[in-house]
Design a binder for this molecule. Structure first.
Ligand code: ZN
Length: 149
């Protein structure tokens, strides 16, 4: 399994060094900041929505490789998805990164399953889920500051 693990790490390094959808939208439907004080990860999401479909996601900020790669992978995976689809993906993703490898979830999540390994490192789970909690708060209109603590 070492080869597979290295491949996963390469994808995470690639997304952390060359994040997809980095930046911000001019006229977003939603804007939300998220913060993970345990690690110091910070990000701002801007999201455009049309007819309950998330059309575009951009993120800015700084953080560890896991938090940046997770935001990058999330932005790729969720663009073009409906709120209902996003709720289902978020639920699967959260279960995978908190409970660890699960073949059914990994098949459903595809590329996002690369982050399953963080389940072994509880502090890293917060890095991996920061962007997701921030997106969820943004689209559900939660006005509280998003913090993983
Ligand atoms: Zn982090």
């Amino acid at each position: 399994m070492a080869g597979l693990r290295e491949l996963y790490q390469e994808v995470i390094v690639d997304h952390s060094k060359h994040p997809r959808n980095f930046g911000e939208l001019d006229n977003p439907t939603f804007r939300k900041d998220g913060f993970n004080p345990l690690c110091g990860d910070k990000l701002t999401l801007t999201i455009s929505e049309n007819n309950n479909v998330i059309e575009q996601i951009r993120f800015q900020g700084c953080g560890c490789a896991i938090s940046v790669a997770s935001a990058s992978l999330m932005s790729e995976a969720l663009q073009g998805k409906s709120r209902t689809e996003i709720n289902a993906i978020f639920h699967d993703f959260h279960q995978l990164v908190t409970q660890g490898h699960n073949t059914i979830l990994e098949i459903r999540l595809g590329k996002l399953a690369i982050l399953a390994g963080v389940a072994e490192y509880p502090a890293r789970v917060k890095c991996a889920t920061l962007a997701w909690h921030t997106l969820n708060a943004a689209i559900t209109g939660d006005t509280k500051q998003v913090s993983t603590e």
